[in-house]
Design a protein around this ligand. Structure first.
Ligand code: AP5
Length: 217
C-alpha cells in the first residue's frame, strides 16, 4: 500500500504519520525529515536545501525526486509506505508515478488533512522538536515533561528556524500556490482521496485518518 498524506504546514501530518506507521509497521517517508537529516549531516544535498527551507520555499523538484527515488530503493517492495509532505507539486506527483511504476507500485490513496490558517499558525508557533531523535512537542497542546528537554532522549528541544512567523506566512502561501492544486490532481485520479478535519484532538484526527487508510488497504 502506498498512501500520500497531504496538507498545509503544521496541520499534523508528521504527528499522524509517525503514529500510524508504527501501528502498521509501515515506512514513514517525510521529505522534510530526509532534508533535515541531510542538513545535519552536512551533505551536498543538505547544503543545497538549506537556503530554500530557511526561506519557506520548496526545494527544487529534481532534487526531491532524486532523494525519494534513492530512499524508496531501500524499502522492501512488500512494505506499506506513508508519504508525508511529498509530493508537493504536480511535477513531483507525476515524477512519483514514474518512480512507483518502476518498482511495480502505484498510489493507492490520498488523505488530505485540513485546518484553518489560525490553527496552523498557533501550532507552528508552539512546536518544539528534538533534533536528536525527531520527537515533536507543542507548548500549548503537548508540552515536554521538563521544559525544552526531550522526554524520550533528554536532548535539547528547538523551535525550528522555519517556524518563525514570517517564514510560516511564506510556507502557507507556497502551500496555496504550489501544493493545494494537488487536491484536484488527485481528485481526478482513480485512487480515492479522503478529507479529514484536523482542527480536533490528535486522537480524534487519528481515528479518522486510520479509518481512511484502512479503507484503501
Ligand atoms: P516539512 O518538514 O515537510 O514541513 P511542512 O509540510 O511544512 O509540515 P510541518 O512539518 O511543518 O507540519 P506537520 O503537518 O508535519 O505538523 P506536525 O505533525 O509537526 O518541510 C519543511 C521544508 O522542507 C519545506 O518548507 C520545504 O522547504 C522543504 N520540503 C520538504 N518536502 C519537500 C518537497 N516534497 N518538495 C520541496 N520542498 C520540500 O504538527 C505541528 C505542531 O502541531 C506540533 O507541535 C504538534 O505537536 C502539533 N499538533 C499536531 N496535531 C495536533 C492536534 N490535532 N492538535 C493540537 N496540536 C497538534
Amino acid at each position: 500500500m502506498v498512501v500520500i498524506l497531504l496538507g498545509p504546514p503544521g496541520v499534523g501530518k508528521g504527528t499522524q504519520a509517525v503514529r500510524l506507521a508504527e501501528e502498521l509497521y509501515a515506512a514513514h517517508v517525510s521529505t522534510g525529515d530526509l532534508l533535515r537529516t541531510a542538513r545535519r549531516e552536512g551533505t551536498e544535498l543538505g547544503k543545497k536545501a538549506q537556503e530554500y527551507m530557511d526561506g519557506g520555499e520548496l526545494v527544487p523538484d529534481d532534487v526531491i525526486l532524486a532523494l525519494v527515488r534513492e530512499h524508496l530503493a531501500g524499502i522492501a517492495p512488500e512494505t506499506d509506505v506513508l508519504f508525508d509532505g511529498f509530493p508537493r507539486t504536480t511535477v513531483q506527483a507525476t515524477g512519483l508515478r514514474t518512480v512507483l511504476t518502476e518498482v511495480g507500485r502505484e498510489v493507492d490513496g490520498v488523505v488530505l488533512l485540513e485546518a484553518p490558517d489560525e490553527a496552523l499558525v498557533k501550532r507552528l508557533s508552539g512546536r518544539r522538536s528534538c533534533p536528536d531523535c525527531g520527537a515533536v512537542y507543542n507548548v500549548y497542546s503537548n508540552p515536554a515533561g521538563v521544559e525544552d528537554t526531550c522526554d524520550r532522549c533528554g536532548g535539547s528541544l528547538v523551535h525550528r528556524a522555519d517556524d518563525a512567523p514570517d517564514t510560516v506566512s511564506r510556507r502557507l502561501e507556497v502551500y496555496r500556490e504550489q501544493t493545494a492544486p494537488l487536491v484536484s490532481y488527485y481528485e481526478s485520479d482513480p485512487a480515492p482521496l479522503a478529507r479529514v478535519r484536523a482542527d480536533r484532538s490528535v486522537d480524534e484526527v487519528y481515528g479518522d485518518f486510520r479509518t481512511a487508510v484502512e479503507g484503501v488497504r
